[in-house]
Design a protein around this ligand. Sequence first.
Ligand SMILES: [Zn+2]
Length: 198
Amino acid sequence: MYTEAINKLIEELGRLPGIGPKTAERLAFHILKSDKAEAMRLAQAIADVKNKVGRCGQCFNFAEQQLCGICADARRDKSTVCVVEQPKDVIKLEKTGACRWVYHVLGGHIAPLEGVEPEDLTIQQLVERVRRGGVKEVVMATNPNVAGDGTALYIASLLKPFGVKLTRLARGLATGSTIEYASAKMLTDAVLGRQSLD
Ligand SMILES: [Zn+2]
């Protein structure tokens, strides 16, 4: 038993994913021993992500302003919208350097068995975005597995009436895999060789 404050810190750190009791204790003692400014920077960084980070009003990526950096970038091709499941997929695709398009972050994939229905994602907002006009191509970059493919086909069926070009990343990506774990080379090929969904 340590002091109340130390016990509390160990308890909170232990709630983090992948942190067991031993690691929580080790981290707590690291923080205790570190200088005060360093510990305060950590505390401030945690407070800042909760206070400052929200969702982009256009694409639902993480943002600290009304629009994320990509949507606010005038050099981006706003007529091509790449649909991904998660913000980390945006980062992954951006790292290829092959993308000049903008994104739409769904917030996951349709998974009725896990209680995720279309209305739990930003699908309606995507449809509205296309309805407003200015979008010529929608590139499906959901994960190449059953749930991702199902989500892409569902979205494609909703967007079809608008007459936009519907494509998806090329299948260099192994079926059943995720964007998150694809290599940059594979992703670049998938971006450049995208295929029509029709
Ligand atoms: Zn955005």
